[in-house]
Design a protein around this ligand. Structure first.
Ligand code: PLP
Length: 357
């Protein structure tokens, strides 16, 4: 028997699952994790916090994760309160809850491609129709065209990733405001990479007071160096959080996850202490790739999109053969490399020079 023989939903037939390869190679630069592991002090603090709470694991966790949300609100700043913050197992679960509450059968969600592959996947998973709009050649958004696309399709949800994945492009705040003024539904600004943005790039959090249908999503998976914890969160009007309570599963965030995330917040100076080094490494990578005559998208994230390769598969395979795993994603002739440690990036450069020769 195979998948097609099952009585699966018609709209899921023929679809492919999310599938960034998980291959055990020396240099893994394909899923935009922070390459620096937690310090022994953090590991010890986490182990102690888990030990201290383990005696209560016969009980369900705090269903509303109140203490964690208070900590996240304090981290975000901008005067945000616990009632304006919500958390789930990765920002992907946050996005799924948003779609469950504001999308669904007969509704639409729009994104500007190339963008994060999970936006359309979560959209179709919740039986919501995906409406594709496009970016310019340089991956920026033309505010006039974005507004026109929104007015034409009147989507229930608009996704705007800033900095965008896989291109690294950050949106000027004016573009986000233009989208907000045109949209009649919810606007989700996915800020998974906000901490890596170059100086002077304001967060959409600054727009929350004036825009009750704006949702800003964040994650501990990238700059926060806690991808294994699975903790994502959002900031929005308190009424938006109330809407999400209607669709979340009870006790969705385990006691262990809440504990780990609270410990991570306590150690945020250490965890975010690597961001400046990663930014410098990113800017160096952009400059080096350009010096090789390649096309490189400006990046405000911890990855770089570069090309153009008529046969990108061969380049990707050549790097893999040299022990360097990057990502074959985005527009057809481009590849994406996550920013690793200095040593990992040196290995990437050496491997790419070998492939390009
Ligand atoms: C990595 C990423 C996420 C984060 O997903 P998590 O579920 O929090 O690990 C969200 N949005 C974008 C655009 C991403 O690239």
């Amino acid at each position: 028997m195979n998948l097609d023989d099952l009585p699966i939903r018609d709209d899921l037939r023929g679809k492919s699952p999310y599938g960034a390869p998980q291959i055990d190679v020396p240099v893994r630069l394909n899923t935009n994790e922070n390459p620096y592991p937690p310090s022994p002090e953090l590991v010890a603090d986490l182990a102690e916090a888990i030990r201290a709470g383990a005696g209560d694991l016969n009980r369900y966790p705090d269903r509303d994760a109140t203490e964690l949300r208070a900590g996240l609100a304090a981290y975000l700043g901008h005067g945000l309160t616990t009632e304006q913050v919500w958390a789930a197992n990765g920002s992907n679960e946050v996005l799924q809850q948003i779609l469950q509450a504001f999308g669904g059968h007969g509704r639409t969600a729009m994104g500007f491609e190339p963008s994060y592959s999970m936006h359309p996947i979560i959209t179709s998973g919740t039986n919501t129709e995906w409406v594709k709009a496009s970016r310019e050649e340089d991956f920026s958004l033309d505010p006039g065209k974005a507004v026109a696309a929104i007015e034409e399709h009147r989507p229930d949800i608009v996704f705007l990733a800033s900095p965008n994945n896989p291109t690294g492009t950050a949106q000027p705040i004016e573009t986000i405001e233009a989208v907000l003024s045109a949209a009649t539904g919810m606007v989700v600004v996915d800020e998974a990479y906000a901490e890596f943005a170059r100086a002077g790039t304001p967060s959409a959090l600054t727009l929350l007071p004036a825009h009750p249908r704006l949702i800003v999503t964040r994650t501990m998976s990238k700059a926060f160096a806690m991808a294994g914890t699975r903790l994502g969160y959002l900031a929005a009007h308190p009424a938006v959080v109330e809407a999400l309570l209607l669709v979340r599963l009870p006790y969705h965030l385990s006691t262990l996850t809440q504990t780990a995330a609270r410990v991570a917040l306590r150690h945020r100076d250490e965890l975010l202490g690597t961001v400046d080094a990663l930014r410098r490494e990113r800017d160096g990578t952009v400059a080096w790739l350009r010096s090789k005559g390649l096309s490189v998208a400006d990046s405000d994230a911890n990855f770089v999109l570069f090309g153009r390769f008529p046969d990108r598969r061969t380049v990707w395979e050549g790097l893999l053969a040299a022990g360097v795993l990057i990502r074959e994603v985005g527009p057809p002739e481009w590849l994406r490399v996550s920013i690793g440690t200095g040593e990992e990036m040196a290995a990437f450069r050496a491997a790419l020079e070998g492939v390009l020769q």
